[in-house]
Design a protein around this ligand. Structure first.
Ligand code: PMP
Length: 407
């Protein structure tokens, strides 16, 4: 693609032609999940029509076809994030699964009483609660990097939290509520000075920003397929070979073993050691189609387009009387959270929905962040590669209408 052909991109997403409450759908809830292009939808049908079979088991033809297709996804993910090895790509059910796997398996091996885990004040609940559970279990302490009023990490506070007791730093690349892009490379570099591994929650980055896990030097990197135009129920945990080798398995069962005897089981090699049981085969296979689709449009093209759209939306929303944007960092991606003075976010969301505009309202699974800003929640518009300036204009008109009804 030589230029960003928004019309042909939109034509690839059939749901964008539908109406909601008699109005054309304006889908601005991409932070929750993205819509799927025909390439992915057709691949799902194709899988059940032509390939359905279990993976990694059968000698028969179909099982081999399904296994090959499933393993192609692993290869594509490896290239997409520039991992050094395919066996560093563990297929999961999503970001939440990946974080729980690391907190549990790494925690079992490396975290003991008196140790510390660092997270940040802008984490999604799925990058808070698993670490909290680990700390309770091990009698370790959870430390939190504070943030500024703009929604940026306080890096000097982070530096002062690092010490020899810290066993893991787990932070998000992009905040799902504020849109802040965190300086993860710097965060990783500082942690490594203390020999501390870092987990990056890439759920809101993977579809917007080119990720190179080796350049970042990330120890773990997790994301979900459904937020990158792929199916629900599949995700990825990237882990450096060194750590994955040292960690015990997560769950026991089929596929994760080399040999089972009642006396002792020998575990399978990476990545299968962490992939017990039948996976979501269809979603795993069709994630490759989502990656192909992103690559065809070009992630850099997407990034540039979305950055432009975010600027446009920020200016347009700032011009609406009574709007307060939460998260005003200069380093932002794809998300605008805001409050309309005097109106509850939920009420705004309901009126926007009546006008065909889909946004998310509430705490966005970041309750501690809401507490930090002393607000009950926000209205969140989150953009994807197929959104347009016209849709932002519709959003703005809808907000003005909501203001006229509520205030
Ligand atoms: N982290 C972030 C930053 C997210 O935005 C989300 C999804 N909202 C998650 C983690 C959890 O992802 P999933 O529900 O797909 O596991």
């Amino acid at each position: 693609m030589t230029h960003y052909d928004i019309h042909s991109i939109r034509a690839d997403f059939p749901i964008l032609k539908t109406t909601v409450n008699g109005k054309p759908l304006v889908y601005l809830d991409n932070g929750a999940t993205t819509q799927k292009p025909l390439a992915v939808i057709n691949a799902i049908t194709d899988y059940y029509t032509l390939k359905n079979s279990n993976v990694h088991r059968g000698v028969h033809h179909l099982s081999q076809v399904a296994t090959d297709a499933y393993e192609i996804t692993r290869k594509k993910v490896k290239h997409y994030i520039n991992a050094a090895h395919e066996h560093e790509i563990v297929m999961t059910s999503g970001t939440t699964h990946g974080i729980n796997l690391v907190s549990s398996c790494y925690g079992k091996q490396f975290v003991k009483a008196g140790d510390e885990i660092i997270i940040s004040a802008m984490e999604h609940h799925s990058n808070i609660v698993p670490w909290q559970m680990l700390c309770e279990e091990r009698n370790a302490t959870l430390k939190v990097i504070p943030i500024s009023d703009d929604g940026e990490l306080d890096m000097s506070a982070y530096r002062s939290l690092l010490n020899d007791r810290v066993k893991m730093v787990a932070v998000t690349y992009v905040s799902n509520t504020l849109g802040t892009i965190n300086p993860v490379k710097e965060i990783i570099k500082l942690a490594h000075e203390y020999g501390v591994p870092v987990l990056i929650d890439g759920a809101q980055a993977i579809q917007h920003i080119a990720v190179d896990v080796q350049a970042l030097d990330a120890d773990f990197f997790v994301f979900s397929g459904h937020k990158m135009y792929g199916p629900t129920g599949v995700g990825v945990l990237y882990g450096k070979e060194k750590w994955l080798e040292l960690m015990p398995p997560y769950q026991g069962g089929g596929d994760m073993i080399k040999e089972v005897k009642f006396e002792k089981t020998i575990y399978n090699e990476l990545p299968f050691k962490f992939e017990a049981g039948t996976p979501n085969i269809e979603a795993g296979i069709c994630l490759a189609n989502a990656i192909d689709y992103i690559n065809e449009v070009g992630l850099n093209n997407i990034s540039l387009y979305e950055t432009e759209l975010l600027k446009y939306a920020t200016k347009a929303l700032n011009d609406v009387e009574g709007i307060r944007i939460i998260g005003t960092s200069q380093e932002k991606s794809s998300v605008i959270s805001f409050l309309l003075d005097g109106a509850h976010p939920y009420d705004v969301g309901v009126i926007l929905d009546k006008l065909g505009v889909a946004v998310r309202t509430g705490h966005h699974c970041t309750q501690p962040l809401m507490e930090r800003f002393a607000i009950p929640g926000t209205v969140r518009a989150s953009i994807a590669m197929y959104n347009t300036k016209e849709e932002i204009d519709t959003l703005v008109l809808a907000i003005k209408k909501a203001a006229s009804m509520l205030l």
